[in-house]
Design a protein around this ligand. Structure first.
Ligand code: AMP
Length: 356
C-alpha cells in the first residue's frame, strides 16, 4: 500500500485479505477527508469483490460523506472513493439481504461520532450473523468502550435478523464529540454478572434449552443467568454468553447451523468464554480488532488482550495508511499482550471542504 499524490492506494489482498480492509478504509477516508482507491477487494475470500453487505457499506459511506465513488457495483474488485464532507443527519440503510447490518454500521460509525452534530441511524438486514458482531455485542461490549472515549451512542434492537432470511432492524442515536479521548483498558476487575441468552427465531424453544443446559453444566452458571428469547421471524438460533466485569463487558457467541447439534453450538461459545476467563485479560480476541480503529482515532490509549489475530494485525496496517499513529504490541506472556497506540506528528482530520 502507498499514498499517491491525492489518493491513498490500498491493496485489498493484503494480510487477511477480507472485507475489513474495505470497511476500515471507508471509515477512515470519511474521518480524514482523504480519497482512496482499493484494488483486489476481498481477494482472499471464496467470493471476492463486493457482496451486497459491502456495497451497502460503500453506498452508506458515500451518502454520509457526500462522496464521489467509482466501481460501486456487486462483485466489483476495485473502488475509488473521494469523500467531500460528513453530514450529521438521520439515516436509514437497508442491506436488502441477510448481510450483516452491524458491519455496515462499523463502516459509518467512526465518522458520525466525530461529526459536527447528532445523528440517528436506522439499519436493516442481518443483526446476528456468523462472522460479524451480533447486535448484543455491539450494544453491550463495543459501544460502551466507544462511549468511554466521549461520544454518547445508544442502540436499540427492534427485531433480530438471521441468515438467510434477514429482516432485522435496529436504531442508533449518536451524540458526537469533536475528538475522541484516549482510554486505558488494562484490567478486567471482578466479574459482576454472567448471563447466557439463547435466541430461537422460528425454531423450537427446545434448541435454546439444550444450549443453556450445556452452559449450566460446563460453566456452572445458575438458572437465574440463563435466558431463552423466542422470535417469530427466522429461522435462526444464536447463543450469547455475556461476562460483565467491573471495567468491561465481553460477549462470546455460537451460531446455530443446519446439521450442527445445539450442544456443539453451545460448546463453541463456551470454549471462547473459557479461553477469555483463563487469559484474565479485559479485551477478547474479536473486540480487540474492533477497538484498533477508535483507539487510533483517539490518537492514544492502550488495552490488554490475547495475542492479536491476523485480522487485527491487518487492520493496524490499514489504519496506519490513513492516520499517523504508532501501534506498539508488547507480549506480556504467551497468552497476553498489551496494545499501545500513540500519535506520530499530526495528521489533520477532516477540513469539511470538497476537494474534487
Ligand atoms: P471480516 O471477516 O473482515 O468481514 O470482519 C468481521 C468482523 O466481525 C471483525 O471485526 C470481527 O471481530 C467481527 N466478528 C466476527 N464474529 C464476531 C462475533 N462472534 N462477535 C463479535 N464480533 C465478531
Amino acid at each position: 500500500m502507498r499514498r499517491g499524490e491525492n489518493l491513498i492506494e490500498i491493496d485489498g489482498s493484503f494480510g487477511e485479505g477480507g472485507g475489513q480492509i474495505l470497511r476500515t478504509s471507508l471509515a477512515l477516508s470519511l474521518v480524514t477527508d482523504q480519497a482512496f482507491r482499493i484494488r483486489n477487494i476481498r481477494a482472499a475470500r471464496k467470493k471476492p469483490g463486493l457482496l451486497r453487505q459491502h456495497l451497502t457499506a460503500v453506498n452508506a459511506a458515500a451518502e454520509i460523506g457526500q462522496a464521489k465513488v467509482e466501481g460501486a457495483s456487486l462483485a466489483s474488485c476495485e473502488l475509488t472513493f473521494r469523500p467531500c464532507s460528513v453530514a450529521a443527519s438521520s439515516y436509514h440503510f437497508a442491506v436488502g439481504s441477510a448481510g450483516s447490518a452491524t458491519l455496515v454500521l462499523q463502516t459509518i460509525l467512526p465518522a458520525l461520532i466525530v461529526a459536527s452534530g447528532p445523528s440517528t441511524v436506522v439499519l436493516e438486514g442481518g443483526t446476528h450473523n456468523p462472522h460479524a458482531p451480533p447486535f448484543d455485542f455491539l450494544q453491550k461490549a463495543f459501544l460502551p468502550e466507544l462511549n468511554q472515549m466521549g461520544p454518547m451512542i445508544a442502540a436499540t434492537l427492534e427485531r433480530p435478523g438471521f441468515y438467510p432470511a434477514g429482516g432485522g432492524k435496529f436504531t442508533l442515536t449518536i451524540k458526537p464529540v469533536p475528538q475522541l479521548s484516549p482510554i486505558q483498558v488494562l484490567e478486567r476487575g471482578e466479574i459482576q454478572c454472567c448471563r447466557a441468552t439463547a435466541i430461537v427465531a422460528g425454531l423450537p424453544r427446545q434448541i435454546a434449552e439444550r444450549e443453556l443446559k450445556v452452559v449450566r453444566e460446563k460453566l456452572a452458571w445458575s438458572d437465574d443467568a440463563l435466558h431463552v428469547e423466542v422470535f417469530p421471524n427466522g429461522p435462526g438460533n444464536v447463543l450469547m454468553l455475556e461476562i460483565q466485569s467491573e471495567h468491561i463487558t465481553e460477549i462470546f457467541t455460537g451460531f446455530g447451523e443446519l446439521g450442527v447439534r445445539a450442544e456443539t453450538v453451545a460448546q463453541g461459545a463456551i470454549a471462547a468464554a473459557q479461553a477469555y476467563l483463563e487469559a484474565g485479560v479485559p479485551v477478547g480476541n474479536l473486540l480487540a480488532d474492533q477497538l484498533i480503529l477508535p483507539f487510533a482515532l483517539a490518537g492514544g490509549g492502550s488495552f490488554k488482550t490475547v495475542p492479536l489475530s491476523w485480522h487485527a494485525q491487518t487492520n493496524i496496517e490499514v489504519v496506519k495508511e490513513f492516520l499517523d499513529i504508532d501501534v506498539h504490541v508488547a507480549s506480556e506472556n504467551e497468552r497476553v499482550c498489551i496494545v499501545e497506540v500513540s500519535q506520530r506528528a499530526g495528521k489533520h482530520l477532516s477540513s469539511g471542504t470538497c476537494r474534487w
